[in-house]
Design a protein around this ligand. Sequence first.
Ligand code: PEP
Ligand code: MG
Length: 589
Amino acid sequence: MPEIPGDRPEVLVQGIAASQGIAFGQVFLYLQNEVEVPDYVVEPDKRAAEVARFEQALLQTRQEISGIQSEVEKNLGPDEARIFDAHLMVLEDQALIGETVRAFESTHHNIETCFSRISGKYIKAFDEIDDEYLRERASDIRDVAQRVLRNLLGQSARNLSQLADKRIILAHDITPSDSAGIDRSQALGVVTDSGSKTSHAVIVARSMKIPAVVGVRDLTQRVQDGDWMIVDGYDGVVIVNPSESTQFRYGQIRRAKDTLQARLMEANRRPAVTLDGVAVKLMANIEKADEVALVKEYSAEGVGLYRTEFLYLSEDKMPSEQAQFDAYRAIAAGLAPQPVVIRTLDLGGDKAMASSAHLFGEEENPFMGFRAIRFCLEHTDIFKDQLRAILRASAHGQVQVMYPMISGSEEMAKANALLAECKVELRARGEKFDGNLAVGAMIEIPSAATTADILANHCSFFSVGTNDLIQYLLAIDRVNDRIAHLYEPSHPAVIRTLRQLIDVAHARNIPVGVCGEMAGDPVFVPLLLGLGIDSLSMTPPLIPAVRYLVRAMTMTDAKALAAEALTLISAKEIYAKCDAFYRARIKVD
Ligand code: PEP
Ligand code: MG
Protein backbone atom coordinates (compact mmCIF):
# COMPACT_ATOMS: atom_id res chain seq x y z
CA MET A 1 0.00 0.00 0.00
CA PRO A 2 1.68 3.31 -0.99
CA GLU A 3 2.37 5.89 1.69
CA ILE A 4 0.56 9.15 0.77
CA PRO A 5 2.51 12.23 1.97
CA GLY A 6 0.81 13.82 5.01
CA ASP A 7 0.48 17.23 3.33
CA ARG A 8 -1.71 15.78 0.55
CA PRO A 9 -5.23 15.57 2.01
CA GLU A 10 -7.81 13.04 0.81
CA VAL A 11 -10.32 14.60 -1.59
CA LEU A 12 -13.49 12.89 -2.79
CA VAL A 13 -15.11 14.11 -5.98
CA GLN A 14 -18.41 12.94 -7.46
CA GLY A 15 -18.50 12.78 -11.25
CA ILE A 16 -20.38 10.72 -13.82
CA ALA A 17 -19.72 6.99 -13.94
CA ALA A 18 -18.65 6.34 -17.52
CA SER A 19 -16.90 2.99 -17.72
CA GLN A 20 -17.14 0.28 -15.07
CA GLY A 21 -14.30 -0.89 -12.84
CA ILE A 22 -12.06 0.38 -10.05
CA ALA A 23 -8.53 1.65 -10.67
CA PHE A 24 -5.88 2.73 -8.19
CA GLY A 25 -2.65 4.37 -9.22
CA GLN A 26 -0.70 7.57 -9.76
CA VAL A 27 -1.99 10.40 -11.87
CA PHE A 28 -0.57 11.33 -15.24
CA LEU A 29 -1.75 14.93 -15.50
CA TYR A 30 -2.29 15.61 -19.16
CA LEU A 31 -2.63 19.33 -19.77
CA GLN A 32 -3.05 20.18 -23.39
CA ASN A 33 -1.88 23.72 -23.99
CA GLU A 34 -3.48 25.71 -26.74
CA VAL A 35 -1.09 26.58 -29.56
CA GLU A 36 0.31 30.14 -29.31
CA VAL A 37 -0.60 31.92 -32.54
CA PRO A 38 1.65 34.77 -33.78
CA ASP A 39 -0.14 37.69 -35.47
CA TYR A 40 1.49 39.67 -38.32
CA VAL A 41 0.63 41.19 -41.68
CA VAL A 42 1.80 39.22 -44.72
CA GLU A 43 3.83 41.16 -47.33
CA PRO A 44 2.07 41.56 -50.74
CA ASP A 45 4.59 39.33 -52.57
CA LYS A 46 4.03 36.46 -50.11
CA ARG A 47 0.23 36.46 -50.15
CA ALA A 48 -0.27 33.79 -52.83
CA ALA A 49 2.12 31.50 -50.99
CA GLU A 50 0.21 32.08 -47.73
CA VAL A 51 -2.95 30.43 -49.12
CA ALA A 52 -0.86 27.59 -50.54
CA ARG A 53 0.74 27.16 -47.09
CA PHE A 54 -2.77 26.82 -45.64
CA GLU A 55 -3.75 24.22 -48.23
CA GLN A 56 -0.57 22.28 -47.51
CA ALA A 57 -1.31 22.29 -43.75
CA LEU A 58 -4.85 21.05 -44.39
CA LEU A 59 -3.47 18.24 -46.55
CA GLN A 60 -0.85 17.30 -43.95
CA THR A 61 -3.52 17.27 -41.23
CA ARG A 62 -5.76 15.10 -43.38
CA GLN A 63 -2.93 12.59 -43.83
CA GLU A 64 -2.22 12.57 -40.09
CA ILE A 65 -5.85 12.00 -39.16
CA SER A 66 -6.28 9.27 -41.79
CA GLY A 67 -3.16 7.61 -40.34
CA ILE A 68 -4.60 7.75 -36.83
CA GLN A 69 -7.90 6.45 -38.14
CA SER A 70 -6.36 3.34 -39.67
CA GLU A 71 -4.33 2.76 -36.51
CA VAL A 72 -7.48 2.99 -34.39
CA GLU A 73 -9.38 0.74 -36.78
CA LYS A 74 -6.62 -1.85 -36.41
CA ASN A 75 -6.44 -1.62 -32.61
CA LEU A 76 -9.98 -0.81 -31.55
CA GLY A 77 -12.22 -1.61 -34.50
CA PRO A 78 -14.24 0.19 -37.18
CA ASP A 79 -16.79 1.80 -34.82
CA GLU A 80 -14.14 3.67 -32.83
CA ALA A 81 -12.34 4.58 -36.07
CA ARG A 82 -15.49 6.19 -37.38
CA ILE A 83 -15.09 8.94 -34.75
CA PHE A 84 -12.42 10.38 -37.04
CA ASP A 85 -14.85 10.78 -39.92
CA ALA A 86 -16.19 13.83 -38.08
CA HIS A 87 -12.63 15.19 -37.93
CA LEU A 88 -12.00 14.66 -41.61
CA MET A 89 -15.28 16.44 -42.31
CA VAL A 90 -14.06 19.51 -40.41
CA LEU A 91 -11.15 19.70 -42.85
CA GLU A 92 -13.60 19.73 -45.73
CA ASP A 93 -15.95 22.24 -44.19
CA GLN A 94 -16.29 24.86 -46.90
CA ALA A 95 -17.69 27.44 -44.48
CA LEU A 96 -14.67 27.19 -42.19
CA ILE A 97 -12.03 26.98 -44.93
CA GLY A 98 -13.69 29.51 -47.25
CA GLU A 99 -14.21 32.05 -44.46
CA THR A 100 -10.58 31.72 -43.39
CA VAL A 101 -9.32 32.40 -46.91
CA ARG A 102 -11.72 35.36 -47.29
CA ALA A 103 -10.59 36.76 -43.92
CA PHE A 104 -7.00 36.52 -45.11
CA GLU A 105 -7.79 38.19 -48.43
CA SER A 106 -9.48 41.11 -46.74
CA THR A 107 -7.15 41.61 -43.72
CA HIS A 108 -3.83 40.12 -44.94
CA HIS A 109 -3.14 38.96 -41.42
CA ASN A 110 -1.23 35.68 -41.41
CA ILE A 111 -3.33 32.58 -42.10
CA GLU A 112 -2.83 31.18 -38.55
CA THR A 113 -4.49 34.29 -37.11
CA CYS A 114 -7.40 34.10 -39.56
CA PHE A 115 -7.92 30.36 -39.10
CA SER A 116 -7.67 30.57 -35.32
CA ARG A 117 -10.25 33.40 -35.26
CA ILE A 118 -12.76 31.73 -37.60
CA SER A 119 -12.46 28.27 -36.03
CA GLY A 120 -12.78 29.92 -32.60
CA LYS A 121 -16.06 31.47 -33.73
CA TYR A 122 -17.47 28.06 -34.75
CA ILE A 123 -16.22 26.37 -31.57
CA LYS A 124 -17.92 29.04 -29.45
CA ALA A 125 -21.18 28.70 -31.39
CA PHE A 126 -21.30 24.90 -30.95
CA ASP A 127 -20.19 25.12 -27.31
CA GLU A 128 -23.14 27.33 -26.48
CA ILE A 129 -25.77 24.98 -27.90
CA ASP A 130 -27.68 23.18 -25.18
CA ASP A 131 -27.23 19.77 -26.72
CA GLU A 132 -24.65 17.23 -25.65
CA TYR A 133 -24.09 15.85 -29.14
CA LEU A 134 -23.56 19.25 -30.76
CA ARG A 135 -21.21 20.34 -27.99
CA GLU A 136 -19.09 17.30 -28.88
CA ARG A 137 -18.80 18.81 -32.38
CA ALA A 138 -17.10 21.84 -30.75
CA SER A 139 -14.40 19.57 -29.39
CA ASP A 140 -14.01 17.95 -32.84
CA ILE A 141 -13.37 21.37 -34.40
CA ARG A 142 -11.06 22.39 -31.52
CA ASP A 143 -9.03 19.21 -31.91
CA VAL A 144 -8.66 19.55 -35.68
CA ALA A 145 -7.96 23.30 -35.48
CA GLN A 146 -5.12 22.74 -32.99
CA ARG A 147 -3.63 20.15 -35.32
CA VAL A 148 -3.85 22.46 -38.35
CA LEU A 149 -2.27 25.32 -36.36
CA ARG A 150 0.59 23.09 -35.18
CA ASN A 151 1.23 22.02 -38.74
CA LEU A 152 1.20 25.63 -39.95
CA LEU A 153 3.69 26.54 -37.24
CA GLY A 154 5.83 23.44 -37.74
CA GLN A 155 5.25 22.17 -34.17
CA SER A 156 4.86 18.51 -33.38
CA ALA A 157 1.66 17.28 -31.76
CA ARG A 158 1.58 16.25 -28.09
CA ASN A 159 0.31 12.81 -27.30
CA LEU A 160 -0.37 10.36 -24.56
CA SER A 161 2.18 7.80 -25.61
CA GLN A 162 4.52 9.30 -22.99
CA LEU A 163 3.03 7.14 -20.20
CA ALA A 164 6.26 5.67 -18.85
CA ASP A 165 4.54 3.38 -16.39
CA LYS A 166 0.99 2.41 -15.41
CA ARG A 167 -0.93 5.60 -14.70
CA ILE A 168 -4.41 7.08 -14.41
CA ILE A 169 -4.88 9.72 -17.07
CA LEU A 170 -6.39 12.93 -15.73
CA ALA A 171 -7.18 15.55 -18.39
CA HIS A 172 -9.53 18.41 -18.96
CA ASP A 173 -10.85 16.53 -21.96
CA ILE A 174 -9.55 13.74 -24.16
CA THR A 175 -9.93 14.32 -27.84
CA PRO A 176 -10.04 11.49 -30.34
CA SER A 177 -6.49 12.31 -31.49
CA ASP A 178 -5.30 12.22 -27.88
CA SER A 179 -6.97 8.92 -27.26
CA ALA A 180 -5.54 7.37 -30.38
CA GLY A 181 -2.08 7.93 -28.91
CA ILE A 182 -2.82 6.40 -25.51
CA ASP A 183 -0.48 3.59 -24.65
CA ARG A 184 -3.12 0.97 -23.92
CA SER A 185 -0.83 -1.23 -21.87
CA GLN A 186 -0.06 1.61 -19.46
CA ALA A 187 -3.41 3.35 -18.93
CA LEU A 188 -5.12 2.26 -15.71
CA GLY A 189 -8.09 4.58 -15.91
CA VAL A 190 -9.37 7.83 -17.38
CA VAL A 191 -10.76 10.88 -15.58
CA THR A 192 -11.81 14.07 -17.30
CA ASP A 193 -12.97 17.46 -16.03
CA SER A 194 -15.50 17.80 -18.80
CA GLY A 195 -17.57 15.28 -20.62
CA SER A 196 -20.74 13.34 -20.54
CA LYS A 197 -21.72 9.76 -21.15
CA THR A 198 -21.34 10.27 -24.88
CA SER A 199 -17.92 11.91 -24.92
CA HIS A 200 -15.04 10.40 -26.83
CA ALA A 201 -13.09 9.66 -23.65
CA VAL A 202 -15.95 7.44 -22.55
CA ILE A 203 -16.16 5.56 -25.82
CA VAL A 204 -12.43 4.91 -25.71
CA ALA A 205 -12.35 3.91 -22.02
CA ARG A 206 -15.19 1.47 -22.59
CA SER A 207 -13.56 -0.05 -25.60
CA MET A 208 -10.29 -0.38 -23.62
CA LYS A 209 -12.33 -1.82 -20.73
CA ILE A 210 -10.71 0.50 -18.18
CA PRO A 211 -12.61 2.47 -15.52
CA ALA A 212 -13.56 6.04 -16.35
CA VAL A 213 -15.23 8.91 -14.56
CA VAL A 214 -16.05 12.12 -16.40
CA GLY A 215 -17.48 15.50 -15.44
CA VAL A 216 -15.27 16.13 -12.37
CA ARG A 217 -15.21 19.86 -13.25
CA ASP A 218 -11.91 21.50 -12.16
CA LEU A 219 -10.06 18.48 -10.79
CA THR A 220 -7.08 19.04 -13.12
CA GLN A 221 -6.45 22.29 -11.28
CA ARG A 222 -6.50 20.66 -7.84
CA VAL A 223 -4.37 17.61 -8.51
CA GLN A 224 -0.64 17.29 -9.11
CA ASP A 225 1.13 14.93 -11.44
CA GLY A 226 2.00 11.81 -9.45
CA ASP A 227 -0.78 12.18 -6.85
CA TRP A 228 -2.40 8.85 -5.95
CA MET A 229 -5.99 8.33 -7.02
CA ILE A 230 -8.83 5.81 -6.85
CA VAL A 231 -11.22 5.81 -9.82
CA ASP A 232 -14.54 4.16 -9.07
CA GLY A 233 -16.19 3.71 -12.45
CA TYR A 234 -19.22 2.01 -10.88
CA ASP A 235 -20.36 4.94 -8.75
CA GLY A 236 -18.63 7.79 -10.62
CA VAL A 237 -16.41 8.66 -7.65
CA VAL A 238 -12.79 9.80 -7.70
CA ILE A 239 -10.70 9.90 -4.51
CA VAL A 240 -7.42 11.78 -4.61
CA ASN A 241 -4.71 10.86 -2.10
CA PRO A 242 -6.85 8.21 -0.39
CA SER A 243 -6.06 7.52 3.26
CA GLU A 244 -4.89 4.08 4.30
CA SER A 245 -8.36 3.13 5.49
CA THR A 246 -9.95 4.29 2.18
CA GLN A 247 -7.39 2.28 0.23
CA PHE A 248 -8.19 -0.75 2.35
CA ARG A 249 -11.93 -0.27 1.90
CA TYR A 250 -11.62 0.11 -1.87
CA GLY A 251 -9.34 -2.91 -2.02
CA GLN A 252 -12.19 -4.92 -0.54
CA ILE A 253 -14.80 -3.33 -2.80
CA ARG A 254 -12.64 -4.03 -5.83
CA ARG A 255 -12.15 -7.67 -4.90
CA ALA A 256 -15.89 -8.13 -4.28
CA LYS A 257 -16.82 -6.38 -7.54
CA ASP A 258 -14.19 -8.26 -9.52
CA THR A 259 -15.39 -11.59 -8.15
CA LEU A 260 -19.01 -10.72 -8.85
CA GLN A 261 -18.26 -9.41 -12.33
CA ALA A 262 -16.17 -12.48 -13.17
CA ARG A 263 -18.99 -14.74 -11.95
CA LEU A 264 -21.51 -12.77 -13.97
CA MET A 265 -19.45 -12.69 -17.16
CA GLU A 266 -18.68 -16.38 -16.83
CA ALA A 267 -22.38 -17.18 -16.55
CA ASN A 268 -23.10 -14.80 -19.39
CA ARG A 269 -21.57 -17.18 -21.89
CA ARG A 270 -24.10 -19.83 -20.90
CA PRO A 271 -27.72 -19.97 -22.04
CA ALA A 272 -30.37 -18.16 -20.00
CA VAL A 273 -32.18 -21.29 -18.83
CA THR A 274 -33.75 -21.71 -15.39
CA LEU A 275 -32.81 -24.61 -13.10
CA ASP A 276 -36.00 -26.38 -14.17
CA GLY A 277 -35.14 -26.03 -17.85
CA VAL A 278 -37.13 -23.03 -19.08
CA ALA A 279 -35.30 -20.86 -21.62
CA VAL A 280 -35.65 -17.11 -21.14
CA LYS A 281 -35.06 -14.71 -24.01
CA LEU A 282 -32.76 -11.82 -23.01
CA MET A 283 -32.59 -9.04 -25.56
CA ALA A 284 -30.91 -5.64 -25.81
CA ASN A 285 -32.18 -2.06 -25.80
CA ILE A 286 -30.10 0.13 -28.11
CA GLU A 287 -30.17 3.66 -29.47
CA LYS A 288 -27.43 3.68 -32.09
CA ALA A 289 -26.14 1.53 -34.92
CA ASP A 290 -22.71 1.29 -33.32
CA GLU A 291 -24.17 -0.59 -30.35
CA VAL A 292 -24.35 -3.79 -32.40
CA ALA A 293 -20.94 -4.79 -30.98
CA LEU A 294 -22.27 -4.35 -27.44
CA VAL A 295 -25.29 -6.53 -28.21
CA LYS A 296 -22.93 -9.29 -29.30
CA GLU A 297 -20.48 -8.78 -26.43
CA TYR A 298 -23.24 -9.35 -23.90
CA SER A 299 -24.70 -12.29 -25.84
CA ALA A 300 -28.14 -10.74 -26.23
CA GLU A 301 -30.60 -12.64 -28.42
CA GLY A 302 -31.20 -9.69 -30.69
CA VAL A 303 -32.62 -6.24 -30.04
CA GLY A 304 -35.97 -5.97 -28.27
CA LEU A 305 -36.09 -2.18 -28.45
CA TYR A 306 -34.23 0.08 -30.84
CA ARG A 307 -35.13 3.63 -29.85
CA THR A 308 -34.82 5.50 -33.14
CA GLU A 309 -35.09 8.99 -31.63
CA PHE A 310 -31.30 9.36 -31.43
CA LEU A 311 -31.14 9.60 -35.23
CA TYR A 312 -33.46 12.59 -35.13
CA LEU A 313 -31.99 14.24 -32.04
CA SER A 314 -28.32 13.84 -32.95
CA GLU A 315 -28.66 15.79 -36.17
CA ASP A 316 -31.53 17.89 -34.85
CA LYS A 317 -33.28 17.49 -38.18
CA MET A 318 -35.58 14.94 -39.72
CA PRO A 319 -33.33 12.27 -41.24
CA SER A 320 -34.04 11.24 -44.82
CA GLU A 321 -35.44 7.83 -45.72
CA GLN A 322 -32.01 6.89 -47.07
CA ALA A 323 -30.12 7.98 -43.92
CA GLN A 324 -32.53 5.96 -41.80
CA PHE A 325 -32.30 2.97 -44.11
CA ASP A 326 -28.49 3.02 -43.81
CA ALA A 327 -28.69 3.00 -40.01
CA TYR A 328 -31.40 0.33 -39.78
CA ARG A 329 -29.75 -1.89 -42.37
CA ALA A 330 -26.42 -1.75 -40.50
CA ILE A 331 -28.11 -3.03 -37.35
CA ALA A 332 -30.32 -5.61 -39.07
CA ALA A 333 -27.46 -7.01 -41.16
CA GLY A 334 -25.02 -6.83 -38.23
CA LEU A 335 -27.25 -8.96 -36.03
CA ALA A 336 -28.95 -11.26 -38.56
CA PRO A 337 -30.43 -13.83 -38.09
CA GLN A 338 -31.32 -12.46 -34.65
CA PRO A 339 -34.36 -10.19 -34.51
CA VAL A 340 -34.22 -6.41 -34.28
CA VAL A 341 -37.35 -4.63 -33.10
CA ILE A 342 -37.33 -1.10 -34.46
CA ARG A 343 -39.58 1.27 -32.58
CA THR A 344 -40.95 4.09 -34.66
CA LEU A 345 -40.37 7.68 -33.65
CA ASP A 346 -41.18 8.54 -30.02
CA LEU A 347 -40.43 12.26 -30.02
CA GLY A 348 -42.17 14.78 -27.80
CA GLY A 349 -42.42 14.63 -24.00
CA ASP A 350 -38.87 14.77 -22.66
CA LYS A 351 -37.42 14.13 -26.13
CA ALA A 352 -37.81 17.42 -27.93
CA MET A 353 -36.15 18.56 -31.13
CA ALA A 354 -35.12 22.19 -31.06
CA SER A 355 -35.25 22.65 -34.83
CA SER A 356 -38.71 21.13 -35.16
CA ALA A 357 -40.27 22.74 -32.09
CA HIS A 358 -42.80 24.39 -34.39
CA LEU A 359 -44.12 20.95 -35.41
CA PHE A 360 -44.77 20.01 -31.78
CA GLY A 361 -45.81 23.37 -30.38
CA GLU A 362 -45.73 24.53 -26.74
CA GLU A 363 -47.52 22.15 -24.41
CA GLU A 364 -48.68 22.36 -20.79
CA ASN A 365 -48.32 18.65 -20.32
CA PRO A 366 -46.02 17.19 -22.97
CA PHE A 367 -45.92 13.67 -21.49
CA MET A 368 -49.62 13.37 -22.22
CA GLY A 369 -49.44 15.52 -25.29
CA PHE A 370 -48.65 15.50 -28.96
CA ARG A 371 -45.97 12.83 -29.06
CA ALA A 372 -44.94 9.50 -30.57
CA ILE A 373 -47.65 7.82 -32.67
CA ARG A 374 -49.96 10.84 -32.24
CA PHE A 375 -47.38 13.03 -33.92
CA CYS A 376 -46.62 10.44 -36.60
CA LEU A 377 -50.25 9.99 -37.58
CA GLU A 378 -50.51 13.73 -38.24
CA HIS A 379 -47.14 14.13 -39.92
CA THR A 380 -47.56 11.16 -42.19
CA ASP A 381 -44.79 12.31 -44.55
CA ILE A 382 -42.23 12.05 -41.73
CA PHE A 383 -43.74 8.78 -40.51
CA LYS A 384 -43.81 7.19 -43.95
CA ASP A 385 -40.15 8.05 -44.56
CA GLN A 386 -39.38 6.03 -41.46
CA LEU A 387 -41.70 3.13 -42.32
CA ARG A 388 -40.21 2.82 -45.81
CA ALA A 389 -36.69 2.83 -44.34
CA ILE A 390 -37.67 0.10 -41.86
CA LEU A 391 -39.31 -1.98 -44.60
CA ARG A 392 -36.26 -1.70 -46.83
CA ALA A 393 -33.99 -2.73 -43.93
CA SER A 394 -36.17 -5.82 -43.45
CA ALA A 395 -34.65 -7.22 -46.64
CA HIS A 396 -31.28 -7.35 -44.83
CA GLY A 397 -32.12 -9.14 -41.57
CA GLN A 398 -34.83 -10.10 -39.10
CA VAL A 399 -36.56 -6.75 -38.69
CA GLN A 400 -39.79 -6.15 -36.76
CA VAL A 401 -41.53 -2.83 -36.25
CA MET A 402 -43.41 -1.53 -33.24
CA TYR A 403 -45.40 1.60 -32.54
CA PRO A 404 -44.96 3.58 -29.31
CA MET A 405 -47.68 5.18 -27.16
CA ILE A 406 -50.55 3.23 -28.67
CA SER A 407 -53.74 4.06 -26.81
CA GLY A 408 -56.24 2.05 -28.82
CA SER A 409 -56.92 -0.01 -31.93
CA GLU A 410 -57.78 2.94 -34.19
CA GLU A 411 -54.23 4.20 -33.98
CA MET A 412 -52.96 0.72 -34.77
CA ALA A 413 -55.25 0.46 -37.78
CA LYS A 414 -54.17 3.87 -39.10
CA ALA A 415 -50.47 3.10 -38.62
CA ASN A 416 -50.87 -0.25 -40.35
CA ALA A 417 -52.72 1.40 -43.25
CA LEU A 418 -49.76 3.74 -43.73
CA LEU A 419 -47.42 0.76 -43.56
CA ALA A 420 -49.49 -0.92 -46.29
CA GLU A 421 -49.25 2.26 -48.42
CA CYS A 422 -45.49 2.22 -47.99
CA LYS A 423 -45.34 -1.37 -49.18
CA VAL A 424 -47.23 -0.44 -52.35
CA GLU A 425 -44.89 2.50 -52.95
CA LEU A 426 -41.79 0.37 -52.43
CA ARG A 427 -43.10 -2.31 -54.75
CA ALA A 428 -43.63 0.34 -57.41
CA ARG A 429 -40.03 1.46 -56.87
CA GLY A 430 -38.85 -2.13 -57.22
CA GLU A 431 -37.40 -2.17 -53.68
CA LYS A 432 -37.09 -5.42 -51.71
CA PHE A 433 -38.62 -5.90 -48.24
CA ASP A 434 -40.09 -8.56 -45.98
CA GLY A 435 -43.75 -8.74 -47.00
CA ASN A 436 -44.61 -10.37 -43.64
CA LEU A 437 -42.79 -7.85 -41.46
CA ALA A 438 -44.01 -8.49 -37.90
CA VAL A 439 -45.83 -5.54 -36.32
CA GLY A 440 -46.03 -4.97 -32.58
CA ALA A 441 -47.67 -2.55 -30.19
CA MET A 442 -46.00 -1.04 -27.19
CA ILE A 443 -48.19 -1.41 -24.16
CA GLU A 444 -47.39 1.69 -22.14
CA ILE A 445 -50.73 3.43 -21.82
CA PRO A 446 -53.34 1.85 -19.51
CA SER A 447 -56.03 1.99 -22.22
CA ALA A 448 -53.86 -0.19 -24.46
CA ALA A 449 -53.47 -2.73 -21.68
CA THR A 450 -57.20 -2.91 -21.06
CA THR A 451 -58.05 -3.20 -24.75
CA ALA A 452 -55.29 -5.69 -25.53
CA ASP A 453 -57.86 -8.18 -26.88
CA ILE A 454 -58.86 -5.66 -29.55
CA LEU A 455 -55.29 -4.57 -30.29
CA ALA A 456 -54.40 -8.22 -30.78
CA ASN A 457 -56.33 -8.14 -34.06
CA HIS A 458 -53.86 -5.60 -35.47
CA CYS A 459 -50.45 -6.94 -34.45
CA SER A 460 -48.42 -10.04 -33.71
CA PHE A 461 -46.56 -9.09 -30.50
CA PHE A 462 -46.78 -6.80 -27.48
CA SER A 463 -43.88 -5.07 -25.77
CA VAL A 464 -44.59 -3.55 -22.38
CA GLY A 465 -42.97 -0.16 -21.79
CA THR A 466 -43.07 -0.27 -18.01
CA ASN A 467 -41.40 3.15 -17.70
CA ASP A 468 -44.44 4.86 -19.15
CA LEU A 469 -47.03 2.27 -18.13
CA ILE A 470 -46.19 2.82 -14.45
CA GLN A 471 -46.21 6.61 -14.86
CA TYR A 472 -49.65 6.62 -16.47
CA LEU A 473 -51.15 3.87 -14.34
CA LEU A 474 -50.14 5.50 -11.06
CA ALA A 475 -50.22 9.11 -12.33
CA ILE A 476 -46.61 9.58 -11.21
CA ASP A 477 -44.50 11.78 -13.47
CA ARG A 478 -41.44 9.62 -14.17
CA VAL A 479 -39.07 12.61 -14.15
CA ASN A 480 -40.33 14.40 -11.03
CA ASP A 481 -37.89 13.92 -8.10
CA ARG A 482 -40.43 14.98 -5.47
CA ILE A 483 -42.68 12.02 -6.14
CA ALA A 484 -40.02 9.55 -7.21
CA HIS A 485 -40.67 7.45 -4.07
CA LEU A 486 -44.24 6.89 -5.29
CA TYR A 487 -43.06 5.46 -8.60
CA GLU A 488 -43.42 1.83 -7.56
CA PRO A 489 -43.06 -0.95 -10.15
CA SER A 490 -44.34 -3.43 -7.56
CA HIS A 491 -47.65 -1.58 -7.09
CA PRO A 492 -50.56 -4.08 -7.15
CA ALA A 493 -52.07 -2.11 -10.06
CA VAL A 494 -48.97 -2.81 -12.16
CA ILE A 495 -48.89 -6.50 -11.27
CA ARG A 496 -52.62 -6.96 -11.96
CA THR A 497 -52.41 -5.08 -15.25
CA LEU A 498 -49.55 -7.29 -16.40
CA ARG A 499 -51.40 -10.43 -15.33
CA GLN A 500 -54.52 -9.49 -17.32
CA LEU A 501 -52.52 -8.40 -20.34
CA ILE A 502 -50.51 -11.61 -20.45
CA ASP A 503 -53.64 -13.78 -20.09
CA VAL A 504 -55.41 -11.97 -22.92
CA ALA A 505 -52.34 -12.02 -25.16
CA HIS A 506 -51.44 -15.66 -24.59
CA ALA A 507 -55.03 -16.73 -25.28
CA ARG A 508 -54.48 -15.20 -28.73
CA ASN A 509 -50.98 -16.57 -29.21
CA ILE A 510 -49.43 -13.14 -28.91
CA PRO A 511 -46.06 -13.06 -27.09
CA VAL A 512 -45.49 -10.34 -24.49
CA GLY A 513 -42.06 -8.86 -23.81
CA VAL A 514 -40.98 -6.13 -21.40
CA CYS A 515 -38.57 -3.45 -22.61
CA GLY A 516 -38.87 -0.87 -19.81
CA GLU A 517 -36.26 -0.57 -17.03
CA MET A 518 -38.09 -3.17 -14.93
CA ALA A 519 -36.84 -5.87 -17.33
CA GLY A 520 -33.20 -5.20 -16.36
CA ASP A 521 -33.77 -5.07 -12.61
CA PRO A 522 -32.94 -8.50 -11.15
CA VAL A 523 -35.28 -7.87 -8.21
CA PHE A 524 -38.30 -7.78 -10.55
CA VAL A 525 -37.19 -10.34 -13.13
CA PRO A 526 -38.58 -13.44 -11.30
CA LEU A 527 -41.92 -11.69 -10.81
CA LEU A 528 -42.15 -10.77 -14.50
CA LEU A 529 -41.21 -14.28 -15.60
CA GLY A 530 -43.56 -15.82 -13.07
CA LEU A 531 -46.38 -13.71 -14.48
CA GLY A 532 -45.63 -15.20 -17.91
CA ILE A 533 -43.55 -12.54 -19.67
CA ASP A 534 -41.92 -14.13 -22.74
CA SER A 535 -38.82 -11.95 -23.21
CA LEU A 536 -36.88 -9.23 -21.41
CA SER A 537 -35.07 -6.42 -23.20
CA MET A 538 -32.58 -4.21 -21.38
CA THR A 539 -29.46 -2.11 -21.77
CA PRO A 540 -26.71 -4.68 -22.62
CA PRO A 541 -24.47 -4.29 -19.52
CA LEU A 542 -27.42 -5.36 -17.33
CA ILE A 543 -27.74 -8.72 -19.10
CA PRO A 544 -25.07 -10.65 -17.13
CA ALA A 545 -26.73 -9.98 -13.75
CA VAL A 546 -30.15 -10.96 -15.10
CA ARG A 547 -28.81 -14.08 -16.81
CA TYR A 548 -27.03 -15.09 -13.62
CA LEU A 549 -30.27 -14.87 -11.68
CA VAL A 550 -32.28 -16.75 -14.33
CA ARG A 551 -29.79 -19.59 -14.09
CA ALA A 552 -30.08 -19.64 -10.29
CA MET A 553 -33.89 -19.86 -10.03
CA THR A 554 -36.68 -22.18 -11.08
CA MET A 555 -39.70 -21.11 -13.08
CA THR A 556 -41.87 -23.03 -10.61
CA ASP A 557 -40.64 -20.77 -7.79
CA ALA A 558 -41.11 -17.68 -9.98
CA LYS A 559 -44.72 -18.65 -10.67
CA ALA A 560 -45.32 -19.18 -6.95
CA LEU A 561 -43.81 -15.73 -6.30
CA ALA A 562 -46.12 -14.13 -8.88
CA ALA A 563 -49.15 -15.97 -7.50
CA GLU A 564 -48.33 -14.76 -4.00
CA ALA A 565 -47.66 -11.20 -5.20
CA LEU A 566 -51.15 -11.11 -6.71
CA THR A 567 -52.65 -11.74 -3.27
CA LEU A 568 -50.70 -8.98 -1.53
CA ILE A 569 -52.16 -5.54 -1.04
CA SER A 570 -49.24 -3.14 -1.02
CA ALA A 571 -46.27 -2.27 -3.23
CA LYS A 572 -43.95 -2.51 -0.21
CA GLU A 573 -45.01 -6.06 0.63
CA ILE A 574 -44.64 -7.19 -2.96
CA TYR A 575 -41.24 -5.53 -3.22
CA ALA A 576 -40.08 -7.23 -0.01
CA LYS A 577 -41.08 -10.65 -1.39
CA CYS A 578 -39.28 -10.01 -4.70
CA ASP A 579 -36.19 -8.74 -2.90
CA ALA A 580 -36.07 -11.78 -0.59
CA PHE A 581 -36.47 -14.10 -3.61
CA TYR A 582 -33.59 -12.38 -5.39
CA ARG A 583 -31.27 -12.29 -2.37
CA ALA A 584 -31.83 -15.93 -1.54
CA ARG A 585 -30.69 -16.95 -5.02
CA ILE A 586 -27.91 -14.49 -5.66
CA LYS A 587 -26.61 -14.78 -2.09
CA VAL A 588 -25.85 -11.09 -1.51
CA ASP A 589 -25.85 -9.66 2.04
C1 PEP B 1 -41.02 2.61 -21.68
O1 PEP B 1 -41.82 3.54 -21.62
O2 PEP B 1 -40.92 1.71 -20.81
C2 PEP B 1 -40.09 2.52 -22.82
C3 PEP B 1 -39.35 1.45 -23.02
O3 PEP B 1 -40.00 3.60 -23.64
P1 PEP B 1 -39.20 4.95 -23.29
O4 PEP B 1 -38.43 4.70 -22.02
O5 PEP B 1 -38.35 5.20 -24.47
O6 PEP B 1 -40.31 5.91 -23.13
MG1 MG C 1 -42.17 4.79 -23.34
